[in-house]
Write a protein that binds this ligand. Structure first.
Ligand code: SF4
Length: 335
């Protein structure tokens, strides 16, 4: 694919992410997913594959983007003009290629952008997780497509209790399945060691924002210093290209805090995932604003530049969001 075509299609992906969803008759879609974690938790979506990109699109009936089926293809129009054609892609469990499970769909914290504490979801144990994985492996149409297991979790009782619970689950999965395992949790003093010893391959501790004032306002009770310390430690334990951290775009921060924040993380050996905030109906009072396509593209290209400068690669990850790419512009894959 030529650089020019890739650039153009990256612009289209940025536009699709910025809009957050398309107006489509969901009866034509078949398999729809409803993520249980993250800023889009509880909202219906589907996956579209086009020109080497994948995007997760919400179903949004007031979207300016209208989508319909033309044979096997999904066609998206922006004000009557066709902007892209692609194919529907099945999620295995949450996303294509992975069983991605939210172990505790509850949280004792109350981060202002996150709907999970307000959704009162379920808390899964090892047998729930194993049942989900076996169901995929027993399905001949899905078994071959399963490439990784990813676990994330809110905090049910305490961060330490959660890290220990996830470590026990991973330990059992490691014994049973020969698949890469990724975990994203809130860190504790010894979560990195615990999870590494349990058999985790890749780890994500989310900073959410590198704007310290905003962090205090958005994440009451959490510590950015603790997360940064944990990330540094995680790179020394898991290695470069194996540690990730979400930075939200659209909380009210400016580009300079995102760029200097990315620089700080990348210099440490951590790969940032730039995640557009979702203006979730349960969090309207937070005042988040979905970033524009131009902003997303500009920041993703800057991230690519920084990763190249420090010799990191975002396209060799095997678990969680970097290989999925559904919600973000991932350097080395999309830009
Ligand atoms: S990018 Fe991450 S949050 Fe988005 S669908 Fe993929 S795995 Fe889920």
């Amino acid at each position: 694919m030529s650089g020019e075509v890739k650039d153009k299609s990256a612009e289209i992906k940025a536009l699709l992410i910025a809009e957050g969803g398309v107006d489509i008759d969901e009866r034509v879609l078949g398999r729809i997913t409803t993520p249980a974690s993250g800023p889009g938790a509880g909202l219906k979506s589907f996956f579209l594959r086009f020109k080497g990109h994948r995007v997760r699109l919400g179903i949004k009936h007031d979207s300016r983007l209208k989508a319909s089926l033309d044979g096997d293809e999904v066609v998206i129009h922006d004000q009557e003009k066709e902007i892209v054609r692609g194919y529907l892609e099945d999620a295995i469990a949450h996303c294509p290629g992975q069983v991605f499970i939210t172990v505790s769909e509850v949280c004792i914290f109350n981060c202002q952008y996150c709907p999970v504490p307000l959704l009162e979801g379920s808390v899964k144990d090892l047998s729930d997780v194993e049942t989900k994985i076996s169901r995929i492996l027993d399905d001949p149409k899905l078994a071959d497509k399963l490439k990784a297991i990813s676990l994330t979790s809110g905090v049910e009782k305490s961060a330490q209790h959660e890290a220990e619970r996830i470590a026990v689950i991973v330990h059992a999965l490691r014994e049973k399945y020969d698949l890469p395992i990724g975990v994203s949790v809130y860190p504790t003093q010894n979560s990195t060691k615990l999870l590494k010893e349990a058999g985790v391959d890749e780890i994500k501790y989310n900073v959410e924002t590198m704007d310290r004032q905003l962090f205090i306002k958005m994440c009451p009770g959490l510590s950015l210093d603790l997360i940064l310390e944990a990330l540094k430690d995680a790179v020394s334990v898991f290695g470069r290209n194996k540690v990730f951290s979400n930075i939200l775009v659209g909380l009210g921060e400016d580009d300079s805090s995102i760029i200097s924040g990315m620089h700080e993380l990348i210099e440490m050996g951590v790969i940032p995932i730039l995640r557009a905030v979702v203006e979730h109906p349960l969090r309207v009072e937070t005042g988040m604003r979905r970033p524009s396509a131009e902003r997303l593209l500009r920041l993703a290209r800057k991230e690519r530049e920084l990763l190249d400068e420090f010799g990191l690669r975002a396209d060799i990850a095997e678990t969680m969001c970097a290989p999925c790419t559904g919600c973000d512009l991932i350097p080395h894959r999309d830009v």
